[in-house]
Ligand binder design. Structure first.
Ligand code: M6R
Length: 602
């Protein structure tokens, strides 16, 4: 989803903006642009496609001396990915970049057009810059014009504006989309997340919704609805190494390999010898709670679905799962004895964030499980548990899913401890299985080579069915999502017992079936379901510790008495399968077409 960068200071601005945008690539984009004002000279460049196109266009330009500058990577929402629709958007003497959606832009646009304003793009963003200039033409006061402009905007936005009418300031506002301000002496940076400014700024301030203001003379003037406000900064993280590829071909590949390691971080200080300790939680959070509702999107929804089995089975608490975009408009009946849990890798997913706000308005207590500290969802929640997966750059989520699932598993045990629904023997078994999880996630060379070899047989066909039962059903959904995201092949996840109620009609030799057949959970049941499919001649890839003679292809996993260990081992196999199929098809593994890492629009 769109990324924003801004810089005010004396250093060369073009490289700061382009490098910053490079760090925001993971959010997904289809065009990019920059605008710089310095020494009364205004420069603006835009390009469709990858940042290298923008670099090429700007190669003969270098900024000099003090100035203000803004940049943007755009993921098309209103209007196609063209140069005219790329940000920064231009008025007669000002430029704006924006992330989010101005919901009333049609109305504003009509009013402005009626006053003779000519629009160049099809975007909602362009209304901001024209509105600002109209207001400025009337008041001749840039700050007042900016505030009047904000008062007219409805929807979500993070926005930066620079203008020749005040060449020394950057105007900013945040409402619903992420933005932070970085500081290094008198140099000031703006960005959608902290990666672009790590190594440049030393201190950071994460803007809250409803905050706006301007940067001038190395200072920030910050306001909200109550007027000017004081703020304090915090030290900015310095470790960018985690965000580099470390010799892997793709970030996604590196992130698959990292899962064993990051899982240790996820469990550190939480999985103790005799219990789960989540020190970020106060037991009050669970007072008077009789059920749990979990709300999320995409991969995070799949981890929620697997957790629903664990909460009911281990914690003995009713647990319902909701897709955030559906939940928002179903007029849900919310009861205050429900704990509302949101799960999000980015912490910025608009649907999940809005669902959380709805639950809070209804008086529910909230808990978020998130990978990004200080993200909007974390800040909005009563409590949160961080997944500690480190920066995930591949658009297709891998280690975030693994760590979310682990946090949910720990939480299920934690609730069971508090409710005393778990015996000491079972608790010991669960803790032991958790300790063995990092080992189950290790990718060995033989396995990876096998998946590379197998992948060449799965590049065509009329579709994939990933099937499983119980917690392996959400894993099947996740395996199918991974494959479709990066291979662009059609794939579905299905409960294996449900195939006979319809999808079995599709069965023939060109239907690739990936069967998750754990030995520790309902093996005989899933075996019968798979046999029914084999009798209809599907091409079968069986993933199981138990050899299966009807399988066309077979990946052997470890015999494990705990289903979660089988779950994590099979998860890695499905991730590698998707990766290797995508590589053979020549796709962009880390930035698949049409997808964005952080989905900040509904
Ligand atoms: O950041 P979130 O976890 O809230 O994102 C939710 C989905 O957009 C995300 O999981 C998406 O499905 C990924 N591309 C999956 O690989």
């Amino acid at each position: 989803m769109c990324g924003i960068i801004g810089y005010l200071g004396k250093n060369e601005k073009k490289e700061i903006l382009l490098d910053g945008l490079q760090e925001l690539e993971y959010r997904g984009y289809d065009s990019a642009g920059i605008a710089i004002i310095e020494n009364k000279k205004l420069k603006n460049f835009k390009a469709v496609g990858r940042l290298k196109n923008l670099r090429e266009k700007t190669k003969d330009y270098l900024s000099e001396g003090f100035g203000v500058s803004i940049g943007h990577t755009r993921w098309a929402t209103h209007g196609k990915p063209t140069e005219l629709n790329a940000h920064p958007h231009m008025g007669a003497y000002s430029f704006v970049v924006h992330n989010g959606i101005i919901e009333n832009y049609q109305e504003l646009k009509k009013e402005l057009q009626a006053q003779g304003v000519n629009f160049l793009s099809q975007t909602d963003t362009e209304t901001i810059v024209h509105l600002f200039e109209k207001n400025h033409d009337m008041s001749n006061n840039t700050w007042q014009a900016f505030q009047t402009t904000l008062s007219k905007l409805e929807g979500a936005y993070a926005t930066l504006l620079i203008t020749e009418a005040d060449e020394e300031s950057i105007y900013f506002a945040k409402n619903g989309s992420p933005m932070l301000i970085g500081f290094d002496g008198e140099d000031i940076y703006f960005a959608s997340s902290d990666t672009p400014i790590i190594g440049k700024a030393t201190e950071v301030y994460y803007l809250e919704d409803g905050e706006f203001g301007y940067a001038k003379d190395g200072k920030i003037y910050l306001f909200d609805a109550n007027g000017e406000k004081a703020f304090s900064t915090q030290a900015l993280a310095t470790d960018k190494a985690m965000a580099q590829k470390d010799g892997y071909r793709f970030f996604m590949e590196k992130e698959i390999y990292e899962q064993g390691q990051v899982m240790n971080d996820t469990m550190m200080g939480r999985v103790l010898d005799d219990k789960i300790d989540l020190e970020e939680l106060d037991l009050n959070l669970f007072e008077n709670i009789t059920n749990i509702k979990i709300c999320a999107c995409g991969t995070s929804y799949h981890s929620a679905l697997s957790a629903s089995y664990l909460f009911e089975r281990i914690s003995k608490i009713p647990c319902q799962i909701e897709i955030a975009s559906e939940f928002r408009y179903k007029e849900p009946l919310l009861r205050e004895d429900t704990l509302f849990i949101t799960i999000s890798q980015s912490g910025e997913t608009a649907d999940t964030l809005e669902a959380l706000k709805m639950a809070k308005r209804a008086g529910l207590k909230s808990l978020s499980i998130c990978n990004v500290d200080n993200s909007s969802i974390v800040r909005e929640s009563d409590a949160s548990i961080l997944t500690r997966a480190g920066i995930e750059k591949g658009v297709a989520s891998t280690k975030a899913f693994a760590t979310q699932t682990m946090v949910l598993w720990m939480l299920a045990i934690y609730v069971a401890q508090a409710k005393k629904t778990i015996s000491s023997e079972l608790l010991e078994q669960e803790l032991q299985a958790m300790r063995e999880t990092p080992k189950a996630l290790i990718v060995n060379d033989k396995l990876h080579a096998k998946m590379t070899r197998l992948s060449k047989r799965y590049l065509h066909g009329h579709g994939f069915f990933f099937i499983g039962r119980d917690i392996f059903y959400p894993l099947a959904l996740e395996g199918a999502l991974k494959l479709k995201e990066i291979s662009y092949l059609h794939a579905e996840g299905y409960p294996s017992g449900e195939m006979k109620h319809g999808p079995i009609a599709l069965a023939d030799a060109e239907l690739f079936t990936i069967a998750l057949m754990p030995k520790s959970l309902h093996y005989e049941k899933i075996k019968s379901n798979v046999e029914e499919l084999c009798a209809r001649d599907v091409t079968l890839l069986a993933i199981s510790p138990e050899p299966f003679e009807l399988a066309d292809d077979y990946v052997q996993t470890t015999y494990n008495s705990h289903p979660m260990l089988e779950f994590f081992e099979m998860m890695v196999i499905t991730q590698l399968l998707a990766l290797e199929i995508s590589v053979r098809l020549g796709n962009d593994v880390d930035m698949p077409r049409n997808l964005a890492k952080s989905v900040t629009v509904e």
